[in-house]
Design a binder for this molecule. Structure first.
Ligand code: HEC
Length: 154
């Protein structure tokens, strides 16, 4: 009797161990590309139509918080690409958002989509992993209407 209880306990302990999830593996470039692709398909431009800010300043204030928490470690406080974040052994050097010929200058929806889908170089696919459309809108407004408007472009 006691022996069979012992065996049941031993078996259930073994079962518990074999149900452990496998140890985390480093994400491959292919897996990242899949996630970026999934995010790209999930992006819904129409979601921005329903976002309203009482004042532009409220959007800028919210965007400033989002930027300093979620973006500046890679892009740098002034968005010049000098955050110095190390990803898989390399220091990331994203392009400056302050270039006069920045590719999103006249493409506000392209900017929002880029933020939503991230990229294979190490930027998180924010739309899948943490930022709501409202925060993506806010940080886009912050970049274009505060940083690029108030600080010198180069
Ligand atoms: C872990 C690092 C990391 C974080 C965090 C990050 N990015 Fe990026 N981002 C990058 C890298 C690296 C690139 C450049 C990719 C390339 O060159 O292909 C990039 C590119 C971009 C671009 C395209 C710039 C251009 O001129 O082509 C935009 C826009 C952008 N990021 C916005 C953001 C915003 C907004 C946030 C915060 C919500 C953010 N990123 C957070 C690493 C990051």
């Amino acid at each position: 009797m006691t022996r069979s209880i012992g065996r049941v306990i031993a078996i259930s302990l073994f079962a518990a161990c074999s149900n452990e999830p496998p140890p985390p593996v480093q994400m491959t470039a292919e897996t990242r590309a899949d996630s970026v692709g999934i995010a790209s398909m999930a992006f819904q431009p129409a979601a921005f139509d329903t976002i309203a800010w009482e004042t532009r300043q409220l959007a800028i204030d919210r965007g400033s918080v989002v930027f300093s928490i979620s973006c500046s470690k890679c892009h740098g406080e002034s968005a010049r690409g000098n955050g110095g974040f190390v990803f898989q052994g390399d220091t990331l050097r994203p392009p400056s958002f302050m270039a006069t010929d920045w590719r999103f200058t006249d493409d506000p929806m392209g900017l929002r989509k880029q933020i939503f889908m991230g990229n294979v170089a190490g930027m998180p696919y924010w739309g899948l992993v943490g930022l709501k459309y409202r925060d993506i809108d806010a940080v886009s407004v912050f970049i274009t209407e505060l940083l690029r408007t108030n600080y010198s472009l180069n």
